[in-house]
Design a protein around this ligand. Structure first.
Ligand code: FES
Ligand SMILES: [Fe+2]
Length: 348
């Protein structure tokens, strides 16, 4: 799906080294200028296609010098010098991409750059906000992005695939409610467990020993940004009437689902919490645990991708109540892909 913003990297991945990542099949070069701005341009030299991220290509000030024959490009992708002649051909420019750094992510716009301004970038403010501590990472997923969307929209799989980490029987047992805001382009899926076992992921990080009230409120802004608003509190502890919620623990689990190719995905994940902010042991534990959970999904989806690739088209899936959110997400993605502006330019 083109004409969309996608997360290409964490801001920390891009510095004064040449960095390359493929988004929607396009190989993109990232680096930071001397004053700290992130640039995004094609990672293929216009001369003979040598990747500009590949040594001995290198930065000189705010220009990148191709390591093959020395074509030199500015931060806007325009070629400023070629070897052996003073005249630089007018067409010697790299495709440059609209790029925005926000909420600790580097977002790039794939498709018609003229549409970037009118296409809102969804927010994940907790990842870069005082009062929250975040751990994060990215796992390469050798499967199509839609499989990760399905996976994240239906958390009943936590009980089976992630038992011992975040899954307990109540997740699969508790029905969901699904809401679709077509104008804003958001799918909401909610599962609220009044009295549930506390999985190790939350028991160890919060210190709660007994049973919990556990809320899972999903907010997915197709195609790329998914947030699970997770609320954990001792059984029966609810937010106050004025909306404050001082006795609960809040975790924002954010995923950015970025297609690399038709059959591979960048699985960006982040876990932000509003408790134990300076506790390194809690950070280490949540980082390791979430990474393990993500790798469990990666393993399962890798198998699924293989199955789907080897099967003829037209297989009829069977869907049940738990799939309502995933099916709503698929419908919205299909509309975006068809260029439906009522979703694409909605009031996100
Ligand atoms: S391929 Fe880059 S200068 Fe020749
Ligand atoms: Fe999962």
């Amino acid at each position: 799906m083109r004409d969309q913003w996608y997360v290409a990297a964490f801001g920390r991945e891009v510095g004064r080294e040449l960095f390359s990542r493929t988004v929607c099949g396009e190989s993109i070069l990232f680096w930071r200028t001397g004053d700290g701005r992130v640039t995004a341009m094609s990672d293929r030299c216009v001369h003979r296609r040598f990747p500009l991220s590949e040594p001995p290509s290198h930065l000189v000030g705010d220009t990148v010098v191709c390591g093959y024959h020395g074509f030199t490009y500015g931060a806007d992708g325009v070629c400023v010098a070629v070897p052996g002649q003073t005249r630089v051909p007018r067409t010697a420019r790299l495709r440059s991409y609209p790029v925005v750094e926000q909420d600790s992510f580097v977002w790039v716009f794939i498709g018609d750059p003229g549409r970037a301004g009118e296409t809102p970038i969804p927010r994940a403010p907790w990842l870069d906000l005082p009062g929250w501590t975040t751990v994060s990472g990215m796992e390469p997923l050798p499967a199509r992005a839609s499989l990760l969307v399905d996976n994240l929209m239906d958390l009943s799989h936590e009980t089976y695939l992630h038992g011992g980490y975040i899954g307990t029987p109540e997740v699969a047992e508790t029905p969901i409610t699904t809401e679709v805001d077509d104008e804003a382009g958001i799918v909401y899926v909610s599962r609220r467990m009044a009295d549930a076992a506390c999985p190790p992921f939350y028991a160890t990080s919060t210190g709660i020993t007994g049973r919990i009230t556990r809320w899972q409120d999903i907010e997915f802004t197709p195609p790329c940004l998914y947030t699970l608003h997770s609320r954990i509190a001792p059984v029966g502890v609810l937010p106050h009437a004025d909306g404050t919620d001082p006795d609960a623990f809040h975790v924002e689990v954010v995923y950015a689902i970025t297609p690399e190719t038709e059959s591979s995905t960048h699985d960006f994940w982040a876990v932000a919490r509003d408790f134990a902010l300076d506790d390194e042991r809690v950070s280490d534990f949540l980082r390791e645990s979430n990474r393990t959970v993500v790798l469990q999904d990666v393993a399962a989806l890798t198998v699924l991708e293989r199955v789907l690739t080897g099967e003829p088209d037209g297989y009829q899936e069977l869907s049940i109540n738990i799939d309502t959110g995933g099916l709503a997400a698929r419908r919205m993605i299909a509309r975006l892909a068809a260029g439906d502006v009522t979703v694409a330019a909605g009031a996100r």
